[in-house]
Design a protein around this ligand. Sequence first.
Ligand code: ATP
Length: 238
Amino acid sequence: MPALMSSRFLLLVGESFPIRRALATHKNASSLLHTSIHCMSQVEPPNHGSLTLSSVGFQGEVDKPINKGGKSSSKVKPLLGSSPGSLKSKGIGKPIASSEKKKAFGIVERKKQQIEAAPFAAKSFSELGLPLVLIERLEKEGFSVPTEVQSTAVPTILQNHDVIIQSYTGSGKTLAYLLPILSSIGPLMNKVSKSASGGDSGGKMGIEAVVVAPSRELGMQIVREFENILGVENKKVV
Ligand SMILES: Nc1ncnc2c1ncn2[C@@H]1O[C@H](COP(=O)(O)OP(=O)(O)OP(=O)(O)O)[C@@H](O)[C@H]1O
């Protein structure tokens, strides 16, 4: 199963995703089913060991006794040797604000941005900041005008943002994330850097990108799209 990505995270939601079904039951579903690119902040991973209840400040035990009337009630059982009054004075039992949780885990959240449509309608792939070698391959395959989702996503990903792309099926989501990948790694770019450095650098390449797909069928569809762009001479690398 092929899979996407380098250091970035990208989630694709298409026709086949259950979210469609969930949205179908939503009152304003139709207004939600449009193209949108969520440019995510990069969340820095915490480095505080394993996640435990006590690490998030939960210090009581949940006890659910059955009342005589058959109704169950839940209450937090205080720790041994702690009276409810003393717990209150320590601030235990109070709901933990999400900002406090983030602080406890050392999560630093950066600015979030939502782009509902392409900020401009690109008329060619060259306007998106893609390398020439890739544009030539696209033209050879008959791709000359980027779709709306590609116009929006490609420049955003090229600026190293993490993105979530949500758009209708067949809108060109696959190339929207494949093109930024192929513009920095892969055989096309290897050839460019080899000719720039005047020869083969030698060493074997490791895994540079991982694409995760929810089904084998979709995985094969993505492989075919890769093969189209790379051309027959580079087909074996996929
Ligand atoms: N800019 C473009 N110009 C012409 N055809 C394109 C362009 N971008 C993609 N296509 C073609 O449109 C078809 C649908 O694209 P793609 O499979 O990427 O859509 P998708 O949004 O990923 O669909 P799904 O949600 O079903 O996965 C493919 O055959 C693809 O080669």
